[in-house]
Design a protein around this ligand. Sequence first.
Ligand code: CDP
Length: 227
Amino acid sequence: MIMGENGMKKTVAIDGPAGAGKSTIAKLAAEKLGYIYIDTGAMYRAVAWKVIDAGVEKTDGNIVETAQKLDVRLRSIGGAVRVFADDTDVTESIRTPEVTALVSKVAQLGPVREKMVELQRAMAKDGGVVMDGRDIASNVLPNADVKIFLTASIEERTRRRWKEMKAKGYDGTMEQLREEIIARDKADSERAISPLVRVPEAALLDTTGMTIEEVVQKVMELCGDGR
Ligand code: CDP
């Protein structure tokens, strides 16, 4: 297991736009490092799922109230991370186009972010985590040992997400998916609170044309472990 300068396990922050491959890469890198993988996007998605499931009007007030009442948890079950909204396992149901369409609105709200960021910091307090999201290096873990900004061209990100969604029976067009990604990146980058940014000290990793193995290898090198 790889340690930071202070002898503690490291914290690794991975940020980037939609479809850059953050979760795939972060999960594999965490496995190799013997660290825990924390998918912060899944937490905002769990709130969006709950708002839809509750059938309430999607007003800011209702979203904040839902988030405040909800117990969002990431649990490691049989080596895999599962996402829970109260007692419901929502790991699969948070990936629907309906949840994706609502999540950026949920993630713009200050009280929602405050609650999620507090949970995220608590999960990272002992180190040994790879955390991915939009504001990890800039806000959640500004002292992270390793900071990486993972991206790829819009064409490549659309292709990757298309493959993933097709496998799940998505019936929209590739052009619709591309527009959805562009709109979400815009909302995430332009929001007032903790927008998606690349902090100057983050290593820029453009994964266009790279295989998953190549990207993981590069991340391991950046973590100081190039095996
Ligand atoms: O996997 P994908 O790139 O589609 O998105 P995700 O990582 O699951 O994140 C879903 C949404 O949650 C993002 O579009 C952001 O609106 C929000 N998010 C955020 O605001 N801050 C984070 N740290 C992580 C996600």
